[in-house]
Design a protein around this ligand. Structure first.
Ligand SMILES: [Ca+2]
Ligand SMILES: [Ca+2]
Ligand SMILES: [Ca+2]
Length: 260
């Protein structure tokens, strides 16, 4: 049994260093979190009243009871520090699932370290979100509807450029046939969305998810990752054990047989 734990430990170690998607760094996949309020776990901070903050919870995935996700409920929100330096390109990946049609969830990246006021949306720079059934992009002062969403899980890649202070978005879903293939989001041919407050020579320092209208909002989030090395349109999930790990397992097993 002991050698198996060793192999598993080694396997996890190898999996974490496999070259595919290696530049992605996990912000959170919620697997190590306790069920219940997310704020106060790790570096997550809540925004809204105490009751609103308490309602933003880690729950089992409605589509997979063994997976933990963030359930953003009603009014309120959460944020966590990140750091995308000025004058770089980075990719912000997350999965989301709109559940209730009156959702008005906003997610994105801010240059404000403590975006504490729930009703203040000027904190956002790269701003996406879900409004009713629409996936949205804020392009400077304008909210654009990018896609019509089903009650399904979607992967989204926001390629953020802090040189031009703009971003581009890509959507894919295994559950919505319209987006079975990764698709770049555009509005009337425009696929580049300017930061909400325009150009600035500063880093993005906060990842923020919140809602201040739509009290019956029900939206799920999972697998939040950042790649600071540039555009990365791969899926940053922990890979299955690769051939290297299998070879290591085979090697250890044969070693064990020889020792008998
Ligand atoms: Ca998860
Ligand atoms: Ca900038
Ligand atoms: Ca634009």
């Amino acid at each position: 049994m002991k050698w198996m734990q060793c192999v598993l430990g080694f396997g996890l170690c190898l999996a974490a260093t496999l070259p595919a998607s290696a530049a992605y760094v996990q912000v959170d996949n919620f697997e190590s979190r306790s069920l219940g309020a997310l704020a106060g776990q790790g570096a997550w901070v809540g925004t809204g009243s105490a009751a609103q903050i308490a309602a933003q919870v880690v729950e089992p995935d409605p589509a997979n009871a063994s997976n933990k996700v963030l359930h953003r409920v009603g009014l309120g929100g959460v944020y966590i520090p990140i750091n995308i330096p000025d004058a770089t390109t980075a990719t912000f990946y997350l999965r989301f699932r709109r559940s209730v049609a009156t959702s008005d969830d906003v997610f994105g990246l801010s240059d404000v370290a403590a975006p504490t006021t729930l009703t203040d949306f000027s904190y956002f720079e790269a701003q996406s979100g879900i409004n009713n059934t629409n996936l949205r992009a804020r392009d400077a002062g304008v909210n654009n509807n990018l896609a019509t969403l089903q009650d399904a899980w979607y992967s989204m890649w926001l390629v953020v450029n802090t040189t031009t202070d703009s971003w581009q978005g890509y959507l894919q879903s295994n559950d919505d046939p319209t987006y079975a293939t990764q698709t770049q989001m555009s509005v009337s041919g425009d696929n580049t969305f300017t930061f909400r407050n325009g150009a600035a020579t500063n880093p993005l320092v906060t990842l923020l998810i919140k809602a201040s209208n739509g009290p019956t909002t029900s939206t799920f989030y999972d697998d939040v990752y950042l790649d600071l090395a540039g555009q990365n349109l791969t899926v940053p999930v922990v890979p299955e054990p690769a051939s290297g790990v299998l070879l290591a397992i085979a090697g250890l097993a044969s070693l064990r047989r020889r020792r008998r």
